[in-house]
Structures are given as C-alpha cells and as structure tokens.
Design a binder for this molecule. Sequence first.
Ligand SMILES: *Cc1c(COP(=O)(O)O)cnc(C)c1O
Length: 390
Amino acid sequence: MKNNIKPLDKEYIASTYGRFDLEIVKGEGSLVYDETGKEYIDVATGIAVNTFGFCDREWVEAVTCQLTKFQHTSNLYFSEPCVRLAELLAKRTGCKRTFFSNSGAEANECAIKTARKWALENKGEGYYNIITLKNSFHGRTLTTLSATGQDVFHTTFNPFTEGFFYAEANKLDTVEALIKENKCCAVMMELVQGEGGVLALDKEFVDGVAALCRENNMLLIIDEVQTGNGRTGSLYAFLHYGISPDIVTTAKGLGGGLPIGATMFFEKTEGTLTAGTHGSTFGGNPVSCAGAVNIIERIDGNVLAGVRERSEYIINELTGADGIKSVSGLGLMLGIETEKDASEVIKYCMERGVLPIKAKNKVRLLPALNIPMEQLKKAISVIKEAAKGE
Ligand SMILES: *Cc1c(COP(=O)(O)O)cnc(C)c1O
C-alpha cells in the first residue's frame, strides 16, 4: 500500500486549488484509476488537455522518440519538431507563422502584445485598447485577467493592465459602441465560452464582429485555447464558424498532455513580431512539439466526424431527460444545466465511477476525442441517473 499523499499535498502545495478527494495514479485511454485501484471513466481529460486520452500509444511513442534524441535546446538554434508543427498548423489553418509558448495565458499575452505593436505601426499612438466579451476567460496572468470579462477576477491584485473594454456576447451594438467611443486595435473572444459556462456564440454575432473589425481596421483575435485542436468537431472552431481571424491562440489539447501554447499569425500580423520583441525559454520545446505534431496529424476528417457523432449522441441522450434543463456547447465541449446543483451531480457521478467537471453552474463534459462509444454510453447513463429527480 502506498503512502497517503493527501496530507502532504495539504501541507506543502500552495493552497490555490480545491481538490476532489481523489488521487490519480494511472490512466489508459479514457479509463483512469485512483489510489485504491477504483476505475473511472474520464469525461474531462484534465480540462480538454489529454486529446486522445491517457497514455495513448502512438502519442507516447512520438514523445519518447524525441525524448531520447534531445529534450530541450535554446531558441538560439534550429530544431525540427517546432518547425514541423508550425508548418502543419499553417497547412491546416491557413496561418502564416506561429509563436510557441507554454500555456494558454502566454499564448494570449503574445496575441495582446502583437495587437498593440501592430496598432502602433498601423494605426498610430493610443490605439492600444482591446475589446473582449463579458463572461469570457483568457488566463491568469495580470494582463489576461484584465482581458477576462468577469468582475470576480478584477479584485485583489490591483493594478491590472489597462486597455480592455467588455462587450456583451451576442449583442453586436455593444461592440459597435465601444469601437466608436474608444481607440481600439482588436476584438479578442472565445467562440465557445468555456469557463463562462460552455456557451457557443451566435454565428450572426461572430460574422458581425468580423465585419466590424474589417470596417474599422482592427484585428480579430480568436482564443481557441479550449475550443481548438478538434474539440468542437472542427480542427479549430473558427473554421466551423467560417471566419478569417488575424490571430488565433491555442494551448490545452494541442500537446495532448504536455505544456505548449501557440499564437498563430495570419496575413496582417505575420510580420509584426520581429527579432528581440518576444521570446520564451521553453517555447517550442521539442518534446511538447513532437507530441503536438502527433496530435494535429491525427485529427483528420475521420476523427472530427467521430467527435460530431459522439456529440450528437450526448445531446440526444441528455436533452429533455429527467432533471436536465439544457445542454449547451459545440462538439465535445458541452455544458449540462441540471435541476440539482451541479456539484451534487458531479459527486454522484464520481461515486459511480465517472469524472465530469464544472463550468459555472453546469456539469461540463470534455471527453477524449476518441472515447470508446461503450464507455461514453456508460458515462452518459450515470450522468442521467445522477441528474434525475428523487
Ligand atoms: C484555459 C484557458 C486559458 C488559460 O490557459 P492556461 O494554459 O491555463 O494558461 C485561456 N483561455 C481559455 C479560453 C481557456 O479555456
């Protein structure tokens, strides 16, 4: 029997996380085991990170192969995995160049720096303001907290970075008004607000924002940290919406379980960051990039059809079921509004071997893109059972 690490965690780890009373010791695909050997079906993938589940064989091979060659080098030298990944992203998304970092927050910081430099060079002094949406989430650094349009995140750590204004999602006139009143360089938004409660933006609104950006010579920045890498049933959600952004950021599922952030630049912004204007010691890490190449190469039409098929199955099963008020989201990024408290539903699921998470007041599902149908069916039946009225 192994040592109980829970008291040690409580003693030595910074107290920023409220953890469930559950230790993960190993996983395989969409199955995961706790310290007692109990098996669970994972439907959250470490918050949309383990794209093909735990320890996917092909991914492990790609990562270990690179690991035995070299684990890191500085950005002072050329190395292959980051180039292969950037080329792959360009071919699959139409972006021109990519800057690699280590997390979603960093990918967004890079996008914000780029927008400000672009504005200085293309619009003149003072156009540093960026419009984001209320209820958004863009990260935990001081600047990405500023970008996050939720008041709860704007306390305690003052002063925050200035230059952000918040419009209402799906209300185009609020975006228009902010553009008129302020010198703005960009709109930055998630196409499905993840942390905000898994809410997909209306197509009409997204098209409207894209048009406003064009008309006002502003950049359109899409935060695909959570929606990216096949999660919504397209490789990136902007492809589903059919818009042409100027910058797309991603992270979470890109590395399939290794830390990586990417800021993709399209035509207008590909030349903005020049030598010495940005950097990251670990950015473009060869092991993370080798993992990411494997992930992106494998997200083909087949996998994406599988995502949409699983999504439809979940939506059909849960919509109108006893105790379920609504199902929102896109692809395998879904939020379930239950009559019972979401925490209560999650607790019941955990007891019966299923691991969903929460987003605001909803039960959130972010399963592996290739979760086996039998496991998904089992998980959904447990969730239905959990949501059911007494
Ligand atoms: C998770 C998330 C982030 C932050 O990513 P980190 O890797 O935790 O820094 C930013 N934007 C969105 C939309 C996210 O879901």
